[in-house]
Design a protein around this ligand. Sequence first.
Ligand SMILES: O=C(O)CCC(=O)C(=O)O
Ligand SMILES: [Fe+2]
Length: 323
Amino acid sequence: MADFTLPIVNIAPFIEGTPEGKASVAREFAEAFETVGFAVITGHGVPEPLTSGLYGAATGFFEAPLDTKMTYSPPEAAKSRGYLPMGMESVAKTLKGETPPDLCEALVFGMPHHEGQEGHNANYYPEKPADFAGLVKEYTGAILELNAVLMRLSALALDLPEDYFDPMYADPSLTLRFVNYPDQDEDPLPGQLRYGEHHDYGALTILRQDSAPGGLEVMDLEGNWHEAKVIPDSFVINVGDLLSRWTNDRWRSTLHRVSNPPRTLTGTTRRLSMVAFTGPAGDTEVTALPSCVSEAAPAKYEPVAAGEYIMSKIRASHDLDSK
Ligand SMILES: O=C(O)CCC(=O)C(=O)O
Ligand SMILES: [Fe+2]
Protein backbone atom coordinates (compact mmCIF):
# COMPACT_ATOMS: atom_id res chain seq x y z
CA MET A 1 0.00 0.00 0.00
CA ALA A 2 2.66 2.48 1.09
CA ASP A 3 4.73 2.31 -2.07
CA PHE A 4 1.90 2.63 -4.59
CA THR A 5 1.84 5.90 -6.50
CA LEU A 6 0.02 6.79 -9.68
CA PRO A 7 2.46 7.47 -12.54
CA ILE A 8 3.27 11.19 -12.74
CA VAL A 9 3.71 12.56 -16.25
CA ASN A 10 4.94 16.08 -16.95
CA ILE A 11 3.31 16.89 -20.30
CA ALA A 12 5.09 20.25 -20.82
CA PRO A 13 7.65 18.69 -23.22
CA PHE A 14 4.73 17.49 -25.35
CA ILE A 15 3.10 20.93 -25.41
CA GLU A 16 6.44 22.57 -26.22
CA GLY A 17 6.65 20.23 -29.15
CA THR A 18 10.15 18.95 -29.99
CA PRO A 19 9.82 15.52 -31.63
CA GLU A 20 11.97 13.90 -28.92
CA GLY A 21 9.99 15.57 -26.13
CA LYS A 22 6.69 14.44 -27.66
CA ALA A 23 7.86 10.87 -28.17
CA SER A 24 9.12 10.57 -24.62
CA VAL A 25 5.90 11.92 -23.04
CA ALA A 26 3.88 9.61 -25.32
CA ARG A 27 5.85 6.61 -24.06
CA GLU A 28 5.17 7.54 -20.44
CA PHE A 29 1.49 8.09 -21.20
CA ALA A 30 1.18 4.70 -22.95
CA GLU A 31 2.90 2.90 -20.08
CA ALA A 32 0.59 4.56 -17.51
CA PHE A 33 -2.63 3.69 -19.35
CA GLU A 34 -1.60 0.16 -20.32
CA THR A 35 -0.71 -0.74 -16.74
CA VAL A 36 -2.57 1.44 -14.22
CA GLY A 37 -5.25 3.15 -16.33
CA PHE A 38 -4.48 6.38 -14.43
CA ALA A 39 -1.83 9.12 -14.65
CA VAL A 40 -1.25 12.33 -12.74
CA ILE A 41 -0.30 15.11 -15.13
CA THR A 42 1.70 18.22 -14.37
CA GLY A 43 2.91 20.94 -16.76
CA HIS A 44 -0.64 20.99 -18.19
CA GLY A 45 -1.04 24.71 -18.86
CA VAL A 46 -4.42 25.23 -17.13
CA PRO A 47 -3.96 28.44 -15.09
CA GLU A 48 -4.01 27.67 -11.37
CA PRO A 49 -5.95 30.88 -10.43
CA LEU A 50 -8.79 29.78 -12.75
CA THR A 51 -8.95 26.30 -11.20
CA SER A 52 -8.75 27.55 -7.63
CA GLY A 53 -11.21 30.40 -8.32
CA LEU A 54 -13.79 27.92 -9.58
CA TYR A 55 -13.04 25.58 -6.69
CA GLY A 56 -13.89 28.43 -4.30
CA ALA A 57 -17.11 29.25 -6.18
CA ALA A 58 -18.25 25.61 -6.13
CA THR A 59 -17.50 25.38 -2.41
CA GLY A 60 -19.70 28.46 -1.90
CA PHE A 61 -22.56 26.88 -3.85
CA PHE A 62 -22.61 23.72 -1.74
CA GLU A 63 -22.73 25.81 1.45
CA ALA A 64 -26.18 27.15 0.46
CA PRO A 65 -29.28 25.65 2.18
CA LEU A 66 -30.72 22.51 0.57
CA ASP A 67 -33.91 24.25 -0.62
CA THR A 68 -31.82 26.84 -2.49
CA LYS A 69 -29.73 24.09 -4.09
CA MET A 70 -32.90 22.14 -5.02
CA THR A 71 -34.05 25.03 -7.21
CA TYR A 72 -31.25 23.92 -9.57
CA SER A 73 -32.44 20.30 -9.75
CA PRO A 74 -33.89 19.37 -13.15
CA PRO A 75 -37.22 17.54 -13.63
CA GLU A 76 -35.96 14.60 -15.74
CA ALA A 77 -35.24 11.25 -14.06
CA ALA A 78 -31.76 10.52 -15.50
CA LYS A 79 -30.13 13.73 -14.41
CA SER A 80 -27.12 14.74 -16.45
CA ARG A 81 -27.24 18.41 -15.43
CA GLY A 82 -28.05 20.59 -12.44
CA TYR A 83 -28.02 19.75 -8.75
CA LEU A 84 -28.14 16.14 -7.56
CA PRO A 85 -28.79 15.99 -3.80
CA MET A 86 -27.36 13.32 -1.55
CA GLY A 87 -29.23 10.04 -1.97
CA MET A 88 -29.89 10.40 -5.72
CA GLU A 89 -27.06 8.31 -6.99
CA SER A 90 -25.42 4.99 -6.23
CA VAL A 91 -22.73 4.62 -8.81
CA ALA A 92 -21.78 1.05 -7.85
CA LYS A 93 -25.24 -0.03 -9.12
CA THR A 94 -23.67 -0.02 -12.58
CA LEU A 95 -21.68 -3.06 -11.40
CA LYS A 96 -23.33 -4.67 -8.41
CA GLY A 97 -27.09 -4.09 -8.41
CA GLU A 98 -28.61 -2.67 -5.21
CA THR A 99 -26.10 -0.61 -3.17
CA PRO A 100 -26.60 2.18 -0.59
CA PRO A 101 -26.60 5.76 -1.90
CA ASP A 102 -23.27 7.55 -2.29
CA LEU A 103 -22.39 10.08 0.42
CA CYS A 104 -22.06 13.02 -1.93
CA GLU A 105 -24.01 15.75 -3.67
CA ALA A 106 -23.16 17.07 -7.12
CA LEU A 107 -23.65 19.98 -9.49
CA VAL A 108 -23.38 19.04 -13.16
CA PHE A 109 -22.94 21.08 -16.34
CA GLY A 110 -23.06 20.06 -19.98
CA MET A 111 -21.13 21.90 -22.70
CA PRO A 112 -22.08 25.59 -22.64
CA HIS A 113 -21.97 25.85 -26.43
CA HIS A 114 -24.37 22.89 -26.86
CA GLU A 115 -27.08 24.48 -24.72
CA GLY A 116 -30.41 24.62 -26.47
CA GLN A 117 -29.26 22.49 -29.41
CA GLU A 118 -31.32 19.42 -30.25
CA GLY A 119 -30.75 16.72 -27.64
CA HIS A 120 -28.98 19.13 -25.25
CA ASN A 121 -30.77 20.72 -22.33
CA ALA A 122 -29.91 24.11 -20.91
CA ASN A 123 -27.58 24.19 -17.93
CA TYR A 124 -28.66 25.41 -14.52
CA TYR A 125 -26.21 28.11 -13.46
CA PRO A 126 -26.36 29.11 -9.79
CA GLU A 127 -26.85 32.83 -9.22
CA LYS A 128 -24.47 32.72 -6.31
CA PRO A 129 -21.57 33.00 -5.95
CA ALA A 130 -21.45 35.83 -8.50
CA ASP A 131 -19.96 34.91 -11.87
CA PHE A 132 -20.18 31.15 -11.33
CA ALA A 133 -21.44 30.82 -14.91
CA GLY A 134 -18.52 32.86 -16.26
CA LEU A 135 -16.01 30.73 -14.39
CA VAL A 136 -17.66 27.49 -15.56
CA LYS A 137 -17.45 28.67 -19.17
CA GLU A 138 -13.82 29.75 -18.87
CA TYR A 139 -12.80 26.52 -17.16
CA THR A 140 -14.69 24.47 -19.77
CA GLY A 141 -12.64 26.22 -22.47
CA ALA A 142 -9.35 25.53 -20.65
CA ILE A 143 -10.23 21.88 -20.03
CA LEU A 144 -11.24 21.35 -23.66
CA GLU A 145 -7.93 22.82 -24.77
CA LEU A 146 -6.12 20.46 -22.41
CA ASN A 147 -8.24 17.55 -23.64
CA ALA A 148 -7.32 18.32 -27.24
CA VAL A 149 -3.64 18.13 -26.21
CA LEU A 150 -4.28 14.87 -24.34
CA MET A 151 -6.01 13.30 -27.34
CA ARG A 152 -3.08 14.20 -29.61
CA LEU A 153 -0.79 12.71 -27.00
CA SER A 154 -3.06 9.64 -26.84
CA ALA A 155 -2.86 9.22 -30.61
CA LEU A 156 0.96 9.13 -30.48
CA ALA A 157 0.86 6.83 -27.46
CA LEU A 158 -1.39 4.46 -29.44
CA ASP A 159 0.95 4.48 -32.47
CA LEU A 160 -1.44 6.57 -34.55
CA PRO A 161 -0.80 9.84 -36.41
CA GLU A 162 -0.87 12.72 -33.92
CA ASP A 163 -3.98 14.27 -35.54
CA TYR A 164 -5.90 10.97 -35.72
CA PHE A 165 -8.62 11.97 -33.24
CA ASP A 166 -8.92 15.61 -34.39
CA PRO A 167 -12.05 15.10 -36.58
CA MET A 168 -13.87 13.17 -33.82
CA TYR A 169 -13.01 15.91 -31.33
CA ALA A 170 -13.91 18.93 -33.48
CA ASP A 171 -17.14 19.13 -31.45
CA PRO A 172 -16.24 17.13 -28.32
CA SER A 173 -18.45 16.07 -25.43
CA LEU A 174 -17.77 17.32 -21.95
CA THR A 175 -19.61 16.99 -18.67
CA LEU A 176 -18.34 18.97 -15.73
CA ARG A 177 -19.26 17.50 -12.36
CA PHE A 178 -18.56 19.27 -9.08
CA VAL A 179 -18.88 16.84 -6.21
CA ASN A 180 -19.13 17.75 -2.55
CA TYR A 181 -18.45 15.03 -0.01
CA PRO A 182 -19.74 16.47 3.27
CA ASP A 183 -18.59 15.74 6.79
CA GLN A 184 -19.97 12.42 7.98
CA ASP A 185 -21.76 13.13 11.24
CA GLU A 186 -23.25 9.63 11.33
CA ASP A 187 -21.67 6.24 10.65
CA PRO A 188 -22.05 5.22 7.00
CA LEU A 189 -24.25 2.16 6.33
CA PRO A 190 -22.48 -1.13 5.68
CA GLY A 191 -20.94 -0.86 2.22
CA GLN A 192 -21.75 2.84 1.91
CA LEU A 193 -18.96 5.05 0.54
CA ARG A 194 -18.43 8.65 -0.49
CA TYR A 195 -18.59 7.28 -4.04
CA GLY A 196 -18.91 3.57 -4.70
CA GLU A 197 -16.59 1.54 -6.88
CA HIS A 198 -17.10 2.16 -10.55
CA HIS A 199 -15.55 2.63 -13.95
CA ASP A 200 -15.91 5.95 -15.71
CA TYR A 201 -18.03 5.74 -18.82
CA GLY A 202 -16.43 8.00 -21.40
CA ALA A 203 -13.00 8.58 -22.93
CA LEU A 204 -10.58 10.53 -20.67
CA THR A 205 -11.61 11.86 -17.26
CA ILE A 206 -9.77 14.97 -16.05
CA LEU A 207 -10.04 15.32 -12.28
CA ARG A 208 -8.93 18.00 -9.83
CA GLN A 209 -9.12 16.56 -6.35
CA ASP A 210 -8.38 18.20 -3.04
CA SER A 211 -6.31 16.92 -0.17
CA ALA A 212 -9.06 16.27 2.41
CA PRO A 213 -8.97 12.81 4.01
CA GLY A 214 -11.31 10.20 2.53
CA GLY A 215 -10.19 10.45 -1.06
CA LEU A 216 -9.75 8.65 -4.36
CA GLU A 217 -8.70 5.01 -4.30
CA VAL A 218 -7.65 2.97 -7.31
CA MET A 219 -7.64 -0.82 -7.69
CA ASP A 220 -4.46 -2.55 -8.83
CA LEU A 221 -4.25 -5.68 -10.97
CA GLU A 222 -4.26 -7.91 -7.87
CA GLY A 223 -7.51 -6.40 -6.62
CA ASN A 224 -6.02 -4.24 -3.83
CA TRP A 225 -7.19 -0.68 -3.21
CA HIS A 226 -4.62 2.12 -3.10
CA GLU A 227 -4.97 5.75 -2.12
CA ALA A 228 -4.19 8.21 -4.92
CA LYS A 229 -1.89 10.80 -3.40
CA VAL A 230 -2.63 14.43 -4.15
CA ILE A 231 0.05 16.29 -6.13
CA PRO A 232 -0.32 20.11 -6.06
CA ASP A 233 -1.41 21.80 -9.32
CA SER A 234 -1.95 18.49 -11.09
CA PHE A 235 -4.84 16.69 -12.73
CA VAL A 236 -5.62 13.01 -12.33
CA ILE A 237 -6.40 11.53 -15.74
CA ASN A 238 -8.02 8.15 -16.24
CA VAL A 239 -9.31 5.99 -19.04
CA GLY A 240 -13.08 5.41 -19.19
CA ASP A 241 -14.94 2.41 -20.61
CA LEU A 242 -15.49 4.00 -24.00
CA LEU A 243 -11.78 4.69 -24.56
CA SER A 244 -10.79 1.27 -23.26
CA ARG A 245 -13.24 -0.31 -25.71
CA TRP A 246 -11.91 1.94 -28.49
CA THR A 247 -8.39 0.60 -27.81
CA ASN A 248 -9.67 -3.00 -27.80
CA ASP A 249 -8.72 -3.14 -24.08
CA ARG A 250 -5.09 -2.09 -24.71
CA TRP A 251 -5.75 0.78 -22.29
CA ARG A 252 -7.36 -0.07 -18.97
CA SER A 253 -10.56 1.39 -17.56
CA THR A 254 -9.65 0.90 -13.92
CA LEU A 255 -12.01 0.44 -11.01
CA HIS A 256 -11.91 3.33 -8.52
CA ARG A 257 -13.93 4.74 -5.62
CA VAL A 258 -13.88 7.49 -2.99
CA SER A 259 -13.35 6.20 0.55
CA ASN A 260 -14.90 7.46 3.78
CA PRO A 261 -12.69 9.51 6.07
CA PRO A 262 -11.55 7.68 9.23
CA ARG A 263 -14.14 7.99 12.05
CA THR A 264 -11.40 8.94 14.48
CA LEU A 265 -10.66 12.27 12.80
CA THR A 266 -11.86 15.42 14.47
CA GLY A 267 -12.35 18.62 12.50
CA THR A 268 -13.76 18.85 9.01
CA THR A 269 -13.14 16.17 6.37
CA ARG A 270 -15.31 17.78 3.73
CA ARG A 271 -13.91 17.28 0.23
CA LEU A 272 -14.66 18.83 -3.14
CA SER A 273 -13.72 17.38 -6.51
CA MET A 274 -14.00 18.92 -9.93
CA VAL A 275 -14.43 16.18 -12.51
CA ALA A 276 -14.50 16.62 -16.29
CA PHE A 277 -15.74 13.63 -18.28
CA THR A 278 -14.71 14.01 -21.89
CA GLY A 279 -15.43 12.18 -25.10
CA PRO A 280 -15.67 12.53 -28.86
CA ALA A 281 -18.73 14.01 -30.60
CA GLY A 282 -21.85 12.03 -29.60
CA ASP A 283 -22.37 10.56 -33.07
CA THR A 284 -18.81 9.18 -33.33
CA GLU A 285 -18.80 5.50 -34.17
CA VAL A 286 -16.42 3.87 -31.74
CA THR A 287 -14.88 0.86 -33.36
CA ALA A 288 -11.50 -0.73 -32.47
CA LEU A 289 -8.61 1.54 -33.46
CA PRO A 290 -6.49 0.24 -36.37
CA SER A 291 -3.34 0.11 -34.22
CA CYS A 292 -5.12 -1.97 -31.57
CA VAL A 293 -6.28 -4.91 -33.73
CA SER A 294 -4.26 -7.59 -35.42
CA GLU A 295 -4.70 -11.19 -36.45
CA ALA A 296 -3.59 -12.20 -32.96
CA ALA A 297 -5.85 -9.61 -31.28
CA PRO A 298 -9.08 -9.31 -33.28
CA ALA A 299 -11.69 -6.67 -32.35
CA LYS A 300 -13.58 -7.77 -29.22
CA TYR A 301 -16.50 -5.36 -29.34
CA GLU A 302 -19.29 -4.28 -31.66
CA PRO A 303 -19.11 -0.68 -32.85
CA VAL A 304 -21.16 1.75 -30.71
CA ALA A 305 -22.20 5.38 -31.04
CA ALA A 306 -20.30 7.29 -28.33
CA GLY A 307 -23.26 9.35 -27.03
CA GLU A 308 -25.69 6.41 -26.82
CA TYR A 309 -23.17 4.25 -25.02
CA ILE A 310 -22.65 6.89 -22.31
CA MET A 311 -26.37 7.59 -21.89
CA SER A 312 -27.03 3.88 -21.30
CA LYS A 313 -24.49 3.92 -18.45
CA ILE A 314 -26.05 7.01 -16.87
CA ARG A 315 -29.47 5.35 -16.98
CA ALA A 316 -28.05 2.26 -15.28
CA SER A 317 -26.52 4.36 -12.48
CA HIS A 318 -29.96 5.86 -11.80
CA ASP A 319 -31.51 2.39 -11.93
CA LEU A 320 -33.83 3.39 -14.77
CA ASP A 321 -33.09 0.54 -17.15
CA SER A 322 -35.05 -1.87 -14.99
CA LYS A 323 -38.15 0.37 -14.74
O1 LIG B 1 -13.88 12.62 -6.31
C1 LIG B 1 -13.05 11.88 -6.84
O2 LIG B 1 -11.85 11.92 -6.52
C2 LIG B 1 -13.42 10.91 -7.92
C3 LIG B 1 -14.82 11.03 -8.42
C4 LIG B 1 -15.11 10.04 -9.51
O3 LIG B 1 -14.50 9.00 -9.60
C5 LIG B 1 -16.16 10.33 -10.49
O4 LIG B 1 -16.85 11.36 -10.34
O5 LIG B 1 -16.31 9.55 -11.43
FE1 LIG C 1 -14.91 8.07 -11.51
